[in-house]
Unconditional design. Sequence first.
Length: 94
Amino acid sequence: MSQLIREQIFGFCVMFFCGAGIAMLRQLFRSYQKDFRPRKSIFVIQEMLFWIIAALITSACLYYADYGAVTVHGVVGFTLGAFLWYNIRKHNAG
């Protein structure tokens, strides 16, 4: 297997787990908001902070996996990780 293919598989795996991790954090965050029901102004601030943190984590994963390049296999990995996390959780929860 060539070095290029190994790097692409590595990038895919990093972004897959990044997508699953962001989806997991989002689900935990939504559960927190459902339990504590913050006021509208606090809710908006919490949402903005969550997405800023999610963007920073995703940027760090992108930099680690592909030196910051947004690639097709990275986007597919991220999307697949998030999609599978939500579907696995949905299947196990209900």
